[in-house]
Design a protein around this ligand. Structure first.
Ligand SMILES: Nc1ncnc2c1ncn2[C@@H]1O[C@H](COP(=O)(O)OP(=O)(O)OP(=O)(O)O)[C@@H](O)[C@H]1O
Ligand SMILES: [Mg+2]
Length: 637
């Protein structure tokens, strides 16, 4: 696998370079802010616990020196040991040790729990926000990239901040305690420990940038192979039919090679870093041993003091090494935070509000940012589209999917009266489905206006609503859609029909009967609990469309849109369906897109789109007649 190819895959996934930005730290601060009080108390307990445990060395050192006899160098017996019998000293030592253990345990458990809770807020927030990103994001971001954010990146953050952060704090407490205790018992060894810390710091500094970049590259390299894998799984049938397994396997190998190659390179960097620190530790220990031996021989220090110094030099060299190893591991977690942060700060879909649970302070206003405005819009929204039908008015609509793409709808204006059935026809690609996307405001509408009963959705959050504006979500809920791509989710039929709302079994069965699926439902041993697989792949396309239709019946919206709702079903089912919807949706406003002209015969009027413009809009029989003529002409030509 060539290096050039590797780079080209990586560029598709966001890569960050240089230092972590201030926003990453702000994000972490946000996650931890609500736990600061509790965490401070726990940190204090943790520090005292570690200090008590390590102070054992000082106690024992002082105790050893009470046995000192001339001509050795002797220290005066400290006041806290005066007049104590050996068993009393042992008892106190045991007490101090047990207290230290208990406090450390309490710190480790509670701190890890609190820290895990704190970082899980990031996950919640990223989920809330990602589900509200503009449709454009989902059109252009490979599934694998999103999956990596939510699995691997979050995993890195959670794994380190959720547990080992407590360990990292323990190492810091140990280092601080040792600095204090060593200064009390053996000040002569302090410079050696400080030198060790300094040299470790230099090693860390020398490796930091490379490790950071390696870890970032590893994160960026993971997504493409996951994305390719997911896509291949979904398209397994097509790949087999075309017998193209080899092509897809080769591509997967290439991507996987790039990922594994990067992994190896990252491991090498980590290994090099650890190796350098281990060599340094070993050298310092040797120096301390030789120095201590010389000081003792020359009668400059006591045996107890040597013992304390050695204990701390051994302990501290391990702790310092671990400290920098953890620092480097936290860089990995920071890479994860950086990538989550990138999603946290994206612009949300205009007009959507975040629930109160979302509290991350970005520029996007949340549900509770302006209370008075909220109540205005809420009052307006409850009055909106309450009747069983509604008027749809489209005025001078120009619509495109991207500011750099051509308009797919141009200057479209029409009105659907309340309770009217409007058929929409046009050649493939003429903009019929795009008109529906525009109606739902799934993409920004740059020019023109779409209103239901005179109301348009409020899309700017930083100004008060006008009297003719409603919440976007309320606006959308007034329209029920059976789309061209019937979308079902993994779960029971019951869940799919209700989509979150719990409805009585009788109501669900009634809806299934109306769409002609009662017989099918009865044949399912588990009835309404029958399991539907991902995207409804265990059902036929027609069954999927009919279930979506039943779901639509249950939504009870004043406006119904059917985009090619009958394209995949047999003529008998179509007849049942057309009759059922006629009866069930009678009086509702309906927009029906169909290629089969027979489906449109019961419509009141027909809108004929051609290349994104309205070609004809008129009574059904007139437009259908013209359409048939034109089709005959086109075929003849
Ligand atoms: N998500 C999208 N991003 C960019 N362009 C799109 C998108 N969806 C559709 N288009 C483009 O918009 C144009 C109109 O497509 P649309 O889906 O509205 O056609 P349609 O009339 O519904 O056709 P069909 O009868 O085949 O369903 C097409 O040229 C298509 O390529
Ligand atoms: Mg379409």
């Amino acid at each position: 696998m060539s290096a050039a190819k590797r780079v080209s895959f990586m560029q598709k996934e966001t890569r960050f370079t240089g230092r972590f930005s201030a926003s990453v730290f702000e994000t972490l601060r946000f996650a931890y802010s609500r736990y600061l009080g509790r965490m401070s108390v726990l940190l204090f307990i943790g520090f005292v616990g570690r200090f008590l445990l390590l102070s054992n060395a000082n106690w024992i050192g002082a105790w050893v020196d009470t046995f000192c006899q001339a001509p050795a160098v002797c220290r005066p017996v400290p006041s806290f040991l005066m007049g104590l019998t050996p068993s009393e000293i042992l008892l106190r030592l045991t007490g101090v040790t047990l207290a230290g253990f208990a406090m450390t345990l309490c710190f480790r458990l509670l701190f890890s729990r609190t820290s895990a809770k704190a970082v899980s807020h990031l996950y919640d927030e990223v989920t809330l926000r990602t589900s509200r990103l503009p449709m454009k994001f989902f059109d252009t971001t490979p599934v694998g990239a999103v999956v990596t954010r939510f699995s691997s990146d979050y995993g890195n953050v959670f794994r380190l901040f959720g547990g080992p952060l407590a360990e990292f704090c323990v190492i810091i407490f140990d280092l601080a305690s040792m600095a204090i205790l060593i200064s009390i018992a053996s000040p002569w060894s302090f410079p050696l420990v400080a030198l060790g810390a300094l040299l470790n710091f230099f090693i860390y500094r020398a490796n930091r940038d490379r490790l950071r970049e390696e870890r970032r590259a590893l994160s960026a390299n993971r997504a493409p192979s996951i994305a390719h894998f997911a896509e291949t799984t979904q398209g397994a049938g097509t790949i087999r039919v075309f017998a193209r397994q080899a092509t897809f396997l080769r591509r997967f190998r290439e991507l996987n090679d790039a990922f594994l190659g990067q992994r190896l390179s990252t491991f090498t960097a980590v290994f090099r870093f650890n190796y350098q620190m281990s060599v340094l530790s070993a050298s310092l220990l040797l120096a301390a041993g030789l120095g201590g031996f010389w000081l003792l021989r020359s009668g400059q220090v006591s045996v107890g003091s040597i013992g304390v110094a050695f204990t701390f030099i051994v302990l501290s060299s391990g702790s310092i090494q671990m400290f920098f190893e953890w620092m480097s591991q936290f860089e990995e977690a920071m890479t994860g935070v950086e990538r989550l942060d990138h999603y946290l700060r994206r612009e949300l879909e205009p007009g959507l509000r975040l629930p109160k649970r979302a509290t991350f302070p970005t520029a996007h206003p949340t549900a509770h940012s302006t209370v008075s405005r909220d109540s205005d819009i809420a009052a307006q929204s409850t009055r909106f589209a309450m009747a069983s039908n509604a008027e749809v008015r489209v005025e001078n609509l120009w619509f495109r999917y991207d500011p750099n793409a051509p308009y797919v709808l141009q200057d479209v204006s029409f009105k659907v009266r309340p309770g009217e059935r409007l058929g929409i026809v046009g050649r493939t690609g003429s903009g019929k489905s795009s008109l529906i996307q525009a109606l739902f405001h799934l993409y920004p509408i740059e020019r023109g206006r779409i209103a239901i009963d005179g109301y348009a959705p409020l899309l700017e959050m930083n100004r008060p609503p006008r009297v003719d504006e409603v919440e976007l979500s309320r606006f959308r809920r007034s329209i029920a859609l059976i789309s061209q791509e019937p979308t079902l989710f993994r779960g029971s039929l019951r869940e799919n029909l209700g989509l979150g709302a719990s409805l009585p079994d009788a109501t669900l069965t009634d809806a299934m009967e109306r769409v002609g699926l009662l017989h099918w439902l009865r044949s399912q041993p588990r009835g309404l609990d029958v399991q539907i697989e991902e995207r409804g792949r265990n059902l036929s396309l027609g069954e999927r469309q009919l279930i979506c239709m039943a779901r639509c019946l249950l939504q009870n919206a004043p406006i119904i849109i059917m985009d090619e709702a009958t394209s995949a079903i047999d003529p008998q089912s179509e007849e049942i369906l057309v009759r059922a919807t006629d009866e069930f949706f009678r009086g509702r406003t309906q927009l029906i897109i169909a290629h089969r002209l027979s489906t449109l015969e019961t419509c009141d009027r027909i809108l004929w789109l051609r290349d994104g413009r309205i070609h004809r809009l008129g009574p059904t029989h007139e437009v259908l007649f013209e359409l048939r003529e034109s089709r005959v002409r086109e075929v003849a030509e």
